[in-house]
Write a protein that binds this ligand. Structure first.
Ligand code: PMP
Length: 386
């Protein structure tokens, strides 16, 4: 039975046009992009093309793109990389409560090692960072503020521009994990006043295992590498560049810029159809996250009295998620939902649906049908709507 894939926020399918751009690099090209011979120079030229394609998508200078193995590495590079520039007078790092684990866990490690004072910026019940909360925490000892643009579990959007203006006013560097917004909504780091942004190939119908940290010149100067041994990427990231992956990321960036508006208008309508269809046929549904400010492709719903893990298994062949895939398998409720003040029971009954470029109306119809059966089944096993 063909599956219905509604887990784009975990990883999106590779666009065939991206694969087409990558295949010749995999089959016909070789050589290390750092080598000075003609093979190496040809590879470096491909990498530089991708650099300008990515810079164009996110509004930064060419010198500001550092390719990494994904957003996890980019986030690690920001948080650990700024520490050396920390002077005794700037030793606080502010991180929002709903960041991806690669920010939260890195911040926790920094704190445990006493390398800086890490403080958590709270979010509202709607799941966003109130800029006033940031303002209250800012002072001239803050080194870095890290607030994501769009949350992977709820799709909730932050007012990154306003937060960046406040943080910059206090002399702090501003990092934004843009992994979930890039390719879905406009994100221009210079317009927003963001110093550093992380992104990832496999969230934008590009390849997995490749991403980037993009930055402006002053942030680049403030950063030190965390992976040593060659300094291949602007001295900030060592390791021979994944040329085919980077070419795929570049192509995915071009397609994201070209197709974003039409993709998201279509996807947003399908997402709304999904919500309306589920609501019409399943009682006891509540939305998590402020619906007035979220990505067009994401829906996070609580099905009262239905254990989310059980529904997720029963709803096969429809693929959905109980939260961030990276924290699945743990028995704790989603830290994102918990930070929003959503009670433990409600968090364990919450599911994420995330749509994308290849989602069809038939997928949505099938997902609604399968959800109706799965929720009814799980509720019947546990004694009905709680
Ligand atoms: N940040 C966010 C907001 C994400 O959603 C993810 C992917 N779950 C990451 C970072 C990590 O990205 P990658 O898989 O490229 O390491």
């Amino acid at each position: 039975m063909p599956g219905v894939y509604l887990d784009y926020n975990a990883s999106s399918p590779l666009d065939p046009r991206v694969a087409e751009a990558m295949v010749p690099v995999l089959t016909e090209r070789f050589g290390n992009a750092s080598s000075v011979h003609r093979f190496g120079r040809a590879q470096a030229a491909l990498v530089d093309d991708a650099r300008s394609e990515l810079a164009e998508l996110v509004g930064c200078g060419l010198g500001g793109v550092v390719f990494t193995a994904g957003a996890t590495e980019a986030n690690n590079l920001v948080l650990k990389g700024v520490l050396e520039s920390a002077r005794p007078t700037r030793n606080r790092i502010l991180v929002s409560a709903v960041e991806h684990a690669s920010v939260r866990a890195t911040a926790a490690w920094i704190s445990a090692q006493s390398l800086a004072k890490v403080e958590t910026i709270p979010v509202t019940r709607g799941g966003f960072v109130d800029p006033e909360a940031v303002e209250d925490m800012l002072a001239d000892d803050v080194l870095l503020v890290s607030v994501m643009a769009a949350n992977s579990e709820t799709g909730v959007l932050n007012d990154v521009g306003q937060i960046a203006a406040l943080a910059t006013g206090a002399g702090a560097l501003v990092h934004c994990d843009a992994t979930q917004i890039v390719g879905r909504l406009p994100f221009d780091m210079s317009e927003l006043g963001v110093d550093l942004a992380s992104l990832s190939g496999h969230k934008i119908c590009g390849p997995g295992g490749v991403g980037a940290l993009v930055m402006n010149a002053s942030a680049g100067r403030a950063l030190s590498p965390v992976v040593h041994g060659g300094g291949h990427e602007r001295g900030l990231r060592s390791g021979s560049v994944n040329v085919a992956g980077v070419v795929g990321l570049g192509k995915a960036a071009i397609l994201a810029a070209a197709d974003r508006a039409t993709d998201m208008a279509r996807v947003g309508a399908l997402r709304d159809e999904l919500l309306a269809g589920l609501r019409a046929r399943i009682p006891g549904i509540a939305e998590n996250g402020d619906p007035a400010r979220r990505l067009p492709n994401t829906l996070n719903l609580r099905f009262r009295g239905a254990d989310a893990e059980a529904v997720m298994v029963s709803v096969d062949p429809v693929a959905i998620s109980t939260g961030s895939a990276c924290s699945a398998g743990t028995i704790e409720p989603s830290p994102v939902l918990s930070a929003m003040g959503i009670e433990r029971d409600a968090a364990f009954e919450s599911l994420r649906f995330s749509l994308g470029r290849f989602t069809t109306a038939a997928d949505i119809a099938k997902a609604i049908d399968r959800m109706v059966s799965a929720v009814e089944y799980v509720r019947s096993m546990s004694g009905g709507v709680g």
